[in-house]
Design a protein around this ligand. Structure first.
Ligand code: PMP
Length: 425
C-alpha cells in the first residue's frame, strides 16, 4: 500500500484542471494510451535540435550535413531500441496508421488479422486490392487464439499475419514471439502493431522473429507527427513509392517529347523510397530521444513501476460494486497500463465527464477505434479507458479509484476529494 512516485518528469505534470464548482485541482492524466505526455528529456532534445537545422539529404552546407547525419542517426537509435536487424529498413512515417498504410501498400497476398485490432491494423488491409483480409475472432484464451490463428494460416496460404502486441482496450499483451513462430511455420511473415507496447516492454525484432514492426512517437513520450515502420527491405523495395515525389526519386526524365505526358523515373530503394518530400526531422529526433530516455530508465524499472500501479488499479476497481473490467483473454499473463471498464447505470461518456468535471481526471471513453472488439464484448456504446505510464504515481491511481467509487456508490459524501487544490482556488 506504499505510495509510488512518478518514474520520470513529463510535460503537463503541473497542469491544473478546472472543476465544475469553479475551483481548480491538479490534473491527473490517465490517458497515456491515446497520447503519452512528452518526457522532459524529449522536450530538451527537440529544443536543442530547434536551435539550428537545415534541409536534410539535399544541401552541401554545414547545417544541412549536420541535420542529415542527425536524422540518419535517429534511424540507428530506433533500430537499436527495438533490436532490429542490420539490414532492416527504418522508415519514418507520420504515425502507426501511416506505417500500416505503407505496409498495406507493399504487401501482396492474403493477410490474416485478429478481430481485436485497432482500426489502424484493420482498415488498411481490408481496403487493399492486392489480396484478401481474413479476420480471425480471438478466443477466450490466448492459447485457443493461437490455435485459431494457426488453423487459419494453415487453411490457405497467406502472405502476412498482422497482429497487435498489446490491446489498446484492455492492455493485454500478446505473445508475439509465439505468433511469429506460428506465422513462419505456416509460410507467412508477421507484422506487429507495437503502438501500445514499445513504451512499456522491451521488443526485440530479432529474438521475437518479427518481420515488420510499427509504432507511433506520441505513445512513446514523444510529440505528435512521427512514427516508424521497421522491417525487411525486399517487399518495401519491390513496391511503388508510398509517396511519389522528390526524395523518393533517384532520376527523373520526361519522355516522348515534345508534349510529353509521361515521365520515366528511377526510384530509390531503402527508406528514401517511401519518404517522399521533406521529412519530419524533429519528429525523428524526438522519437530517438524517447528511445534513449526509456533505455536509460530501463525496462525492468518501467515494468516494475507499471506492475505495481496496475495491481493497485485492478484491486481498487474490483472492490467497487458495479464496475466491470473489460477483458479479452482469461489467461493473459501480462497487461500494460491500460484498463477498460464500465460503471453500471452510467454511460461511458457520463463517467468520463464526471471524472473530468468533478475530479480533474482525464480518461478516454468510446470504442477506442476498435469497434469489432467492443461490439463483440457487448459494449456497443463503448466503455471507459484509464491508462498510465512513466509520469503516473500511485496518487493518480488512488484518485481515480476514489472518484469511480463515489460515482458507482452515490451515497458516499462528495467531500474530501483527494488531489491537490491549485493555488488561488
Ligand atoms: N494501433 C494501436 C494498438 C493503437 O492503440 C493506436 C492508437 N490508439 C494505433 C494503432 C494508431 O496509432 P496512431 O493514431 O498514432 O496512428
Amino acid at each position: 500500500d506504499t505510495a509510488i512516485a512518478p518514474l520520470a518528469a513529463v510535460a503537463g505534470a503541473d497542469e491544473c484542471a478546472p472543476l465544475a464548482d469553479g475551483t481548480e485541482i491538479a490534473y491527473a492524466n490517465l490517458d497515456y494510451a491515446a497520447s503519452a505526455p512528452a518526457l522532459a528529456a524529449v522536450a530538451e532534445a527537440v529544443t536543442t535540435a530547434l536551435t539550428g537545422y537545415a534541409s536534410v539529404h539535399r544541401g552541401a552546407g554545414h547545417l544541412s550535413q549536420v541535420t542529415t547525419r542527425r536524422y540518419e542517426q535517429c534511424r540507428e537509435t530506433v533500430r537499436r531500441f527495438v533490436r532490429g536487424r542490420t539490414d532492416d529498413t527504418v522508415v519514418f512515417t507520420r504515425n502507426t496508421t501511416d506505417a500500416l498504410n505503407l505496409a498495406a501498400h507493399c504487401v501482396r497476398g492474403d493477410v490474416v488479422v485478429l478481430d481485436i485490432e485497432h482500426h489502424a491494423n484493420l482498415l488498411p488491409w481490408v481496403s487493399r486490392e492486392t489480396g484478401a483480409t481474413r479476420i480471425v475472432t480471438a478466443r477466450d484464451t490466448i492459447e485457443a487464439t493461437l490455435d485459431a490463428v494457426e488453423c487459419e494460416l494453415a487453411a490457405a496460404p497467406a502472405a502476412l499475419l498482422a497482429v497487435t502486441a498489446a490491446s489498446n482496450v484492455t492492455g493485454e499483451v500478446l505473445p508475439i514471439g509465439r505468433l511469429a513462430a506460428i506465422a513462419h511455420r505456416q509460410g507467412a511473415r508477421i507484422l506487429v502493431d507495437a503502438a501500445q507496447l514499445v513504451a512499456h516492454r522491451p521488443v526485440s525484432v530479432v529474438s521475437h522473429g518479427i518481420d515488420y514492426l510499427v509504432f507511433s512517437g506520441h505513445k512513446l513520450y514523444a510529440p505528435f507527427g512521427a512514427g516508424v515502420l521497421i522491417g525487411r527491405p525486399d517487399w518495401l523495395d519491390a513496391a511503388d513509392p508510398y509517396l511519389a515525389g522528390g526524395g523518393a526519386s533517384a532520376a527523373v526524365a520526361v519522355v516522348g517529347e515534345p508534349d510529353a505526358n509521361c515521365a520515366s523515373t528511377a526510384w530509390h530503394t531503402g527508406a528514401a523510397r517511401h519518404e517522399g518530400g521533406s521529412p519530419n526531422v524533429l519528429g525523428a529526433v524526438a522519437i530517438a530521444a524517447a528511445c534513449e530516455a526509456i533505455t536509460e530508465i530501463g525496462f525492468e524499472t518501467i515494468g516494475h513501476h507499471e506492475h505495481i500501479l496496475r495491481n493497485r488499479l485492478d484491486a481498487g476497481l474490483a472492490a467497487i460494486d458495479g464496475v466491470t473490467p473489460l477483458r479479452i483473454f482469461e489467461d493473459a499473463p501480462d497487461r500494460v497500463g491500460i484498463a477498460g471498464f464500465d460503471v453500471d447505470g452510467h454511460t461511458p461518456r457520463a463517467v468520463a465527464e464526471y471524472l473530468s468535471d468533478h475530479h480533474g481526471i482525464g480518461v478516454r471513453d468510446g470504442k477506442f477505434c476498435a469497434h469489432p472488439l467492443l461490439n463483440r464484448l457487448g459494449r456497443p456504446d463503448g466503455a471507459v479507458r484509464a491508462s498510465f505510464g512513466l509520469g503516473t504515481g500511485s496518487a493518480d491511481i488512488d484518485r481515480l479509484v476514489d472518484a469511480v467509487g463515489r460515482l458507482a456508490v452515490p451515497h458516499r459524501a462528495d467531500a474530501h476529494r483527494p488531489g491537490t487544490r491549485c493555488a488561488g482556488t
